[in-house]
Design a protein around this ligand. Structure first.
Ligand SMILES: [Cu+2]
Length: 182
């Protein structure tokens, strides 16, 4: 009888201890949760991810549509929905030059959800790029690497369709570090 009572007390004690530890670990976990990086800290990151997705103002968008990064930062293009490319405005890709003269042009080729394409940008200046099938629908973006004056932006007003309206200004991109897509 005494033994039974002890076991019961021990059992209740163990349950209470377990619940206490559980509550403590939950509270600790919440306290440890990392806040999302503030938008203006993009230029401190080694890798910046840009997602092709459906937009509100434009049919498809790169999000963020504008980023300001340090030289040597890797830009990682990913796709949320449908098929897209991430392609630099460069004669090698059949377009007028809209990236710094010394910079390597890139073309991801067709990307589907789950595909990843990375490019490391080292030359300072302004880079504009587009999605091959959706350029005229506003699926274009701008990346400023370091000092934009090293290779200033080329006026986007002669780009087709919605593209000129979709490209953010250098000023906004540099000031915010990160321009979310519409
Ligand atoms: Cu696209």
């Amino acid at each position: 009888m005494v033994l039974d009572f002890s076991n019961k007390t021990l059992g209740i004690f163990m349950v209470a201890l377990f619940l206490t530890l559980l509550a403590a670990s939950v509270a600790f976990g919440e306290g440890q949760q990392e806040e999302p990086a503030p938008a203006d800290s993009v230029d401190d990151q080694d890798v910046v991810e840009i997602t092709s997705r459906r937009g509100d103002e434009f049919t498809f968008v790169f999000d963020p549509v504008g980023v300001h990064i340090e030289p040597g930062t890797t830009v990682r293009f990913v796709v949320d929905e449908a098929s897209h490319t991430a392609t630099a405005y460069h004669p090698d890709n059949g377009k007028n030059l809209r990236i710094p003269e010394g910079a390597e042009p890139w073309d991801s080729g067709t990307m589907a959800p789950g595909d990843v394409y990375e490019v490391e940008l080292t030359e300072e200046g302004v880079y504009d790029y587009y999605c091959e099938p959706h350029e005229h629908l506003g699926h274009v973006g701008r990346i400023v690497v370091g000092d934009p004056d090293e290779s200033p932006a080329v006026d986007p007003s002669d780009l087709p369709g919605d593209a000129p309206d979709a490209i953010p200004s250098v000023e906004e991109t540099v000031e915010n570090g990160y321009v979310p897509a519409n």
